[in-house]
Design a protein around this ligand. Sequence first.
Ligand SMILES: Nc1ncnc2c1ncn2[C@@H]1O[C@H](COP(=O)(O)OP(=O)(O)OP(=O)(O)O)[C@@H](O)[C@H]1O
Ligand SMILES: [Mg+2]
Length: 300
Amino acid sequence: MPTGVPIEFARLTKSFGNVDAVSDLTLTVEPGQVTGFLGPNGAGKTTTLRMLLGLVQPSSGTATFGGTPYARLASPLATVGASLEAASFHPGRSAHNHLAVYAQAAGLPKTAPAAALEKVGLADYGSRRVGGYSLGMRQRLGLAFALLGDPAVLVLDEPINGLDPEGIKWIRLLLRAMAAEGRTVLISSHLLSEVQQTVDDVIIISHGKLVHRGELSSLDVSDSKQVQVNADDRERLAEVIHAAGYTVSNLRSGILVDNAEAAEIGRLAFDAGIAVTALSQKRTGLEESFLTLVGEEGSL
Ligand SMILES: Nc1ncnc2c1ncn2[C@@H]1O[C@H](COP(=O)(O)OP(=O)(O)OP(=O)(O)O)[C@@H](O)[C@H]1O
Ligand SMILES: [Mg+2]
């Protein structure tokens, strides 16, 4: 198996008329880990991946595999496996037949299609017409196509879309195993929660621009901490907390205290002789951090 090659974007830019789909994107995607390429709908993810795969000409800048653009790779299918959104397969042909056409054109072994179908759990369905495939099965077929040449780099656009929980678990294990073998794995998604358990590293773009790059843990900023608390004498509880200098607001199910630790609020209530009926800490979750970064309204 060839070892992973880094993916390099250098000042990559693409405008469609007056829409700046991708602006001045510079970053490297390292082998040996799963990198999530995240951003809301229309952020420029697919456009970036299409430029990487030589399907769209950049307005300026470059997208390469260790310095080599896709079009100049000596054996593209063995270097890069890619699956872009809603790959179109001819409905009347079988999955095996589809893969065989590509495998033959790329000079891959005759056994490659069956091996790829086996890897994605479609071994028993290879001779079926693709027209009868479910969305999840088509996703798996897209992945089989990507895996056909046993590539060192995997580039997958929204691979989790359409998979059921079982399928999500399966793809997570597969991608992690591929990365552990030293391959470069880049997957896009518009939902952080969808890939949260699959990725090591995240790249977040919004309106074509890089807004965050780092380990997944770097996102969990947790700097806005709130405490939700309640007591039978809610008014007195609010007074006591307010008197201690906290900002409080009323919820239907209690009182919300900004910038507070549950232990401290519990102690204040205890010292005032108030028995609390509920006490919990709320932290900013990953998804809220993500929404804040991409400039959308987060919900509590
Ligand atoms: N061929 C095109 N012609 C004109 N505008 C385009 C074209 N392709 C993409 N765009 C625009 O570029 C921007 C980025 O689109 P892109 O498809 O790359 O986003 P995305 O992050 O993949 O979104 P999604 O999550 O919906 O798949 C959008 O404003 C889109 O309308
Ligand atoms: Mg897209």
